[in-house]
Design a protein around this ligand. Sequence first.
Ligand code: XIL
Length: 344
Amino acid sequence: NDGLKDAFEGNFTIGAALNHKQVKELNSQEEKILFQHFNSITAENLLKWSNMHPEPNTYRFEAADQFVALGEQMDASIIGHTLVWHQQVPDWVFEDEQGKEVGKEALLERMKDHIVNVAGRYKGRVHGWDVVNEAFFDNGEYRTSKWYEIAGKDFIKQAFQIANEVDPGMELYYNDYNMWKPEKRDAAIELAKEMRAEGIRVDGIGMQGHYGLESPSLEQIENSILAIAEAGFQVMFTEVDIDVLPNPVNRHGADIDATFDFEEKYNPYKTGLPEEVQQKLAERYKELFELFLKHEDKISRVTFWGLTDQDSWLNNWPMKGRTAYPLVFDKDGLPKENVIKKIK
Ligand code: XIL
């Protein structure tokens, strides 16, 4: 009983995002740390539209079924990620048979079909869903995705409405990155309040938490915790990792130049993380978890975006071939003891 989940028992759950390979078969070290430290799991990719519903009327449930079964075996709080997003969604969703853009009504009908089939299948077993992911730009304007261009913000409202009808017992979340930016966070809160005023249930707002060593500041993060809680919504940190590498891209959204020159300076620690950088990582995690603990009455869950550094998406984002060290378990799945000690 000396896992991270035990250290924060009664405060918030501790989650990890799992990939398809892990859900199919965990190696013995992964299995050990997963069961020892975590009491929540999120699907990193396998519940996304393009994996679940690649063709019209074709659903692939196998991996998702395994994911949910694993969560039950762990007795974990199982998180669905995500029903409606502008990425990892096939083109056909937005096109009619002639390849022309589909109309609003037809698009919302497809969305409904998707939510009914996917969320409906795991009714009563999934604790909560990221119903809509990343619908705002950093400046607080609605993201001009296909969803928004065709259906306006009704796609968001209807997604929550339908998810509620499918399973009134599961929690419903809005999730986004850079939620420490006041414009973006306020826009999400406004929308959630608007929905609530219209009788549409929204339980929580997820701050993804893809952070750097220095930025955002604790104060910026804290302000968003307070603003979300003040508005009456649960706060969750849903995709935490700390990128110790310099990053040429100011988080998502910025287009990555296809001719991007993969410079040495963006991938400096190919053969291992220097001790002093790992120490900085430990300090950063320590101050973050102190902040989370300070607001444990407002925060229901803290999820890491990956189990070990081996499988972190930051090894491939924003460009392939990085060697990333953002999590608290290293490439062999061994605990970074100095980091974990500081967190606890
Ligand atoms: C990422 C996965 O980690 C990658 O494996 C995949 O190639 C792209 O998506 N915000 C989200 C997550 O909400 O779904 C993203 O996950 C990371 C950023």
